[in-house]
Design a protein around this ligand. Structure first.
Ligand code: GLU
Length: 685
């Protein structure tokens, strides 16, 4: 690297900004080394690291253009090239996709996957022979976010049988064609608490008009009974019966396959995306041969008068034999069953299912194709039923523990929907007694115990779980930054609010500096008293220093007295600064205080991606915190050479001094970070 790159870089950014500020920050975040160009390979790599896939339709033109430009592009090319997919590129570079820290998220999912893979309990479903023939060890996980980021692991590209996971979608398709009211004249939305294939029906006359087990229809005195909800077999046979009863079987099945196709990225217009789900004819036949309960259910539904008739008329054949007649089976029943069995026999991959689930999470728009497959209203009406009835008769427990709308099937699949964020599919064929995938349930549990995605998590702040929508450095900044800034500014109101939010006021930053240190350093007596009264314990910072010495060194006598009341043996900090009177560069003041803390956390954890995102948002790399610490101080202290290089090549000055006069080189020396020392020395000499 040329020695004065860091100086030139700052001027370079200013120059770019005169042309176009937004794109300037994006471009600048990608520049590497000492050049003023972007390496196209690197650009692609950054996009892919954010969870986007090379075969993403939305990036097609962009990747083509990049290839056409060869290895490197200048700013003008960049503006031109990103035009085709500007929003998605901008979100990716700024870390604003649904899950901003995608690689960190993927790493966490990987380790959950490895743990859950060890579980071998449960049995294959065996009542339909082909289900008993699958490899029981298969395990796949796929996640698609509302912005189309994709995570996949294990057998995520293996086709498997949809089984009951078709039910929420059939319900949606029926609502799309008939509307909510009409559908619910035929099926309820109440949890049944019974086996999925139970023959009990719910007494009901009209939508939302639940009148108890023996209610009579006022108009004809007839008992009107409907399936409890579309997630039990009776309800699913009914919804199948509602979809196109006037059409032929193949027309109806084609329609359903095409709708599923759109949910997973198939389009009638181009051959870019996914294929239609595969129909496993043998599975359908076996469903038929073994499905006496379902067949009985079909007739029961006809008996209640609720299953719509098909076009086929009752035939009046007079049999020539006196003691014979042509036995009649109602075509509406057989057609509904045939369609239901066929749909249960569709096959897709975990990635496909996750995309369909993501379409539900994204209010009906497929995030990868932007195709609106279902209306918002349909999705809004479907998800509550999934939440209360999607996991067989373990739905209540599942709702409490995992707290997400979900649907499982005896093929071993489970889909989960995190509204507005992502769709998840887990596939592993060994089932528990309720018929849910054992690993599927365990994986779902682990996801909600690591991440704040339970429907009712919104009310909890006293937790050390993570919010996948927030970058990890920002999450860490949130856990301490607000309290430290408030203490440093003597803002008691904010401290009081943080206490009622059950925030831990003892939390330290990347230097283990705490609210108590900063209140002491800044002479905020009231804040010091407030914190001590809250039971906050003085603890040493990175350099072994207590707030006591912050107060003492800055001559805040009243605060010193407060500390002396406590019976603690305070140690003095040791900063080891080589030349306190040497050259000084200016750190930047940036008004988004939390963003600065986020930047410094990212620097201390060698998180180049996190820093790049902040640079793309226009945050100056050399912004300083309440102790005038900068990202370069932190990266140097922690020996994060990648970050050090990134910062310097993006204009971070070298002689910034913190509250105690230490430069980044002092930090590297004190912590004996050899590679950083060499790198910085080389630039300085
Ligand atoms: N085809 C299956 C049946 O109706 C679906 C079962 C399920 O996944 O719950 O028996």
């Amino acid at each position: 690297m040329k020695k004065d790159t860091y100086k030139n870089k700052a001027t370079f950014l200013e120059k770019l900004k005169t042309k176009s500020k937004r794109e300037a920050n994006l471009f600048f975040s990608l520049c590497e080394d000492d050049s003023e160009i972007v390496n196209t390979k690197k650009f692609k790599e950054v996009l892919l690291n954010s969870g986007l896939k090379a075969n993403d339709k939305r990036l097609y033109n962009l990747f083509q253009n990049l290839d056409a430009h060869g290895d490197k592009i200048v700013f003008e090319d960049f503006i031109d090239i990103i035009r085709s997919s500007e929003l998605i590129v901008e979100k990716s570079l700024r870390g604003e996709l649904s899950i901003p820290d995608f690689s960190y998220f993927a790493k966490n999912l990987d380790s959950m996957f490895d743990e859950v893979k060890k579980i071998k309990t449960g049995e294959l479903a065996s009542y339909i022979p082909p289900l008993a023939e699958v490899d029981p060890d298969q395990f796949g996980v796929a996640i698609v976010t509302a912005d189309g980021q994709i995570y996949q692991k294990g057998d995520s590209n293996v086709d498997f049988s949809i089984q009951s996971m078709c039910k929420p979608f059939n319900y949606c398709f029926a609502m799309e064609r008939l509307g909510l009211e009409k559908v619910h004249q035929h099926v309820g939305q109440e949890p049944s608490g019974r086996q999925f294939d139970d023959l009990t029906l719910l007494a009901k006359t009209a939508i939302g008009d639940l009148q108890g087990e023996h209610a009579k229809d006022n108009r004809n005195g007839k008992s009107s009974r409907v399936p409890f909800n579309p997630m039990v077999n009776a309800g699913a046979i009914m919804t199948a019966g509602l979809i196109g009863p006037e059409e032929s079987h193949s027309q109806r099945l084609r329609y359903i396959r095409q709708q599923f196709g759109r949910l997973i990225g198939w389009s009638p217009k181009d051959d870019f995306g996914a294929e239609l789900p595969r129909f496993n004819k043998n599975m359908a036949r076996q469903e038929n041969f073994t499905g006496y309960n379902n067949i009985a259910m079909g007739y029961l539904l006809m008996a209640t008068g609720n299953l719509p008739h098909t076009k086929t008329k009752l035939h009046n054949d007079i049999h020539p034999d006196e003691d014979e007649f042509d036995f009649y089976t109602e075509p509406a029943v057989t057609e509904a069953l045939k369609l239901y069995f066929s749909i249960c026999s569709l096959e897709m991959t975990s990635v496909n299912f996750a995309t369909a689930a993501a379409t539900l999470a994204n209010s009906g728009v497929n995030p990868l194709t932007q195709d609106r497959v279902l209306s918002q209203k349909t999705v809004r009406n479907c998800l509550p039923v999934l939440q209360t009835s999607g996991m067989y008769n373990a739905s209540g427990t599942f709702f409490q523990q995992v707290g997400l709308p979900a649907k499982s099937g005896v093929g071993g699949g489970v889909i989960l929907i995190v509204p507005r964020l992502m769709g998840i599919c887990i596939f592993s064929p060994r089932l528990d007694k309720q018929g849910n995938s054992v690993r599927g349930i365990e994986m779902a549990r682990r996801i909600t115990s690591k991440y704040l995605v339970h429907t009712f998590d919104g009310t909890m702040t006293d937790t050390d779980r993570l919010d996948p929508k927030i970058p990890i450095s920002k999450w860490r900044a949130n856990s301490c930054g607000e309290a430290i800034w408030a203490a440093s500014n003597g803002n008691i109101r904010t401290l009081e609010r943080l206490v009622s939010e059950q925030r831990d006021l003892q939390n330290g930053d990347y230097d283990m500096r705490t609210p108590l240190h900063l209140a002491s350093a800044e002479g905020q007596l009231e804040a010091v008293q407030f914190l001590l009264k809250q039971g906050v314990k003085p603890i040493p910072d990175r350099w072994g220093g207590y707030g006591y010495f912050d107060a003492k060194n800055n001559n805040h006598k009243e605060i010193v007295k407060e500390f002396e009341k406590l019976d603690i043996d305070y140690t003095q900090a040791s900063h080891l600064i080589e030349d306190p009177n040497g050259k000084t560069d200016k750190m930047a003041i940036y008004d988004d205080e939390l963003a600065v803390i986020e930047l410094l956390f990212a620097a201390s954890e060698n998180n180049v991606e996190g820093i790049r995102n902040l640079v793309a948002k226009g945050i100056p790399v050399h912004a300083g915190d309440y102790d005038s610490r900068t990202a370069l101080h932190l990266a140097a202290a922690e020996g994060c050479l990648d970050v050090v290089e990134y910062l310097v090549t993006h204009g971070h000055p070298l002689f910034v001094r913190d509250r105690w006069g230490a430069t980044p080189l002092d930090e590297a020396k004190r912590e004996k970070r050899k590679s950083v020392i060499n790198y910085l020395k080389d630039l300085i000499n």
